[in-house]
Design a protein around this ligand. Sequence first.
Ligand code: SAM
Length: 223
Amino acid sequence: MAVTAAYDEIADWYEQEFLARNAAAGADPLGIGRALRGLLGQGSGVCLEIGCGTGVYAPQVRELGWAPVGVDVSAGMLRHARGRLPVAQADAGRLPVRDGRLPAVIAVMVHTDMPAYPAVLREGARVLRPGGVFVHVGVHPCFCGGFADRSDADAVVIRPGYLDGHWTKASWTDQGVRDKVGATHFPLPRLLQAFLDAGLTLEGFAEGAEPTPVTLAVRARKA
Ligand SMILES: C[S@@+](CC[C@H](N)C(=O)[O-])C[C@H]1O[C@@H](n2cnc3c(N)ncnc32)[C@H](O)[C@@H]1O
């Protein structure tokens, strides 16, 4: 099933159960808010979120002074986002924005949905103005994936598969997105190299969740 259709199908579950469960787990269980504060930081002007989904991070982006705008392929997800930020239905590989316009672009928990993420980074770099910042927050490539069994948070088991980037629905849980939509995987060097290949300069990193991180965040800048 295409990603669009898969997210259309789970959009209500994502908004009403998945995000609600994360929110109930604590103020910022995956460290996404901390990553946005630390790596995106205060600013002004448009901040484009690639794969904004239901727009759950728009209020935090706005609190930092930015004007959040979102794009996503899934009409179902965007239906929930509309009350939170201005949105457009578009593919991350062909953003409806002219070259060199934006001061900030973010991509939160999306890279594993995008087998063409290196091209998405190039597209993000294309729409950024010189000096603009790209903030990526994604599942941690070393500790999350079809190869990682996180059923005991204190003893994460890494099975063979880390070096294999194929699309998979394999997951340690049936309560997440991966078992429903599927996901791809980029080993750490391939993920970081993709930023450099997109012409972005790496500036900062953060990890979120303990004791073994669930998220890895990257701040990169267009020269
Ligand atoms: C796991 S959700 C994350 C949504 C939101 N950023 C969040 O953190 O809640 C992944 C999102 O990426 C979107 N997506 C997947 N492939 C895409 C593509 N090629 N272009 C735009 N959006 C895409 C999906 O529709 C979905 O809304």
